[in-house]
Ligand binder design. Sequence first.
Ligand code: GLA
Length: 382
Amino acid sequence: MSRKQDVIAKFKEQFGYEASDLIHAPGRVNLIGDHTDYNDGFVFPAAINFGTDIAAAKRDDKLVRVLALDCNGEFEQFDLADIQFNTDVMWVNYIAGSLQVLMAELGDIQGMDMVVAGNVPQGAGLSSSASLEVAVLKTAAQLNSLTLDGVKAAQLGQKAENQFVGCNCGIMDQLISAMGKIDHAMLLDCRSLTFADAVISKELSIVIINSNVKRGLVDSEYNARRQQCESVAAALGVPALRDVSLAQLEAAKDRLDDTAYRRARHVITEDERAKQFVDALASQNLSLIGELMRGSHNSLKDDFEVTTKELDGIAEIVEGVIKGQGGVRMTGGGFGGCVVALVPSDLADIVTTTVAQQYPQRYGLTPDIYVCTTSTGAFREE
Ligand code: GLA
């Protein structure tokens, strides 16, 4: 049974009537441009073939009832008129928070019954939470006939996460989940929220390797990084690090402490790498793709300090196999999670088998490896 058939069948079983709507929102992998989105900079993500499916129907009252198939089949319910943060069951906060911000911006909605199933690995840096937020927002908008476009949905999802869940994330994950295009990545300008689709050649494969390092202190370290970046921007008298050139940063070096300087250097150089990646991908310049991804990984390791020894090790193992034909880097927020490799398709198998063999030997951990395909965002119409 497909995941879609599964949520439809489980809905009938759980609630005793048929779902009226079926919604999907994808997770994402970021090919380059990490920790730049909340600095108003540039990112280069693609929507992937892992995501969240929701079967739903509108209710006559204000009750929201949810069965979460991939969270141990847990069932939760809450009243839209009295939304509270749930300290015991985390997943329900992404739903409650999204509905709260939706109502604050677009007006009251009716309650609903939902069955939710997600296959984005959780806590791996592939945006399981953003795909849940975007799927929930689309579900609520559709059931209540509200006008909601993908960019607005992304903003609402981000707001839910910032204000309700408590992670000060940027806009990347929600926006690609809403507006990604199959067979493409996108160069997203996180200030103007405009984006350009960029074809990913069929001759390239996206290999995602989950280090399965349990991520610790993710939210607090993430929020601390954001704070550091904002302090440097304030010290330099600009709205965001997007507005600072490397030359300007160098000129101000004496006024900044070393950590603040390195954090800003990562963001400024990463923005440049993300922009250069567009041409590298379009011209299938595999060695430039490799150089830019290595530059990004090193910068996230040395300047931004968000990699782990396992992420560094996986990148090294992959580089040993591909030898400059394509690239590899950590992806997402860091502190554990995944590495992404963009490689000629005929190397995908050898990358997979080599990592599967060498990573456990080096670190005593078993990786999960996915050769991914791209997919379409929940709100994308063409
Ligand atoms: C997380 C956040 C994003 C982004 C990345 C790092 O995925 O949710 O907004 O900041 O980390 O690039």
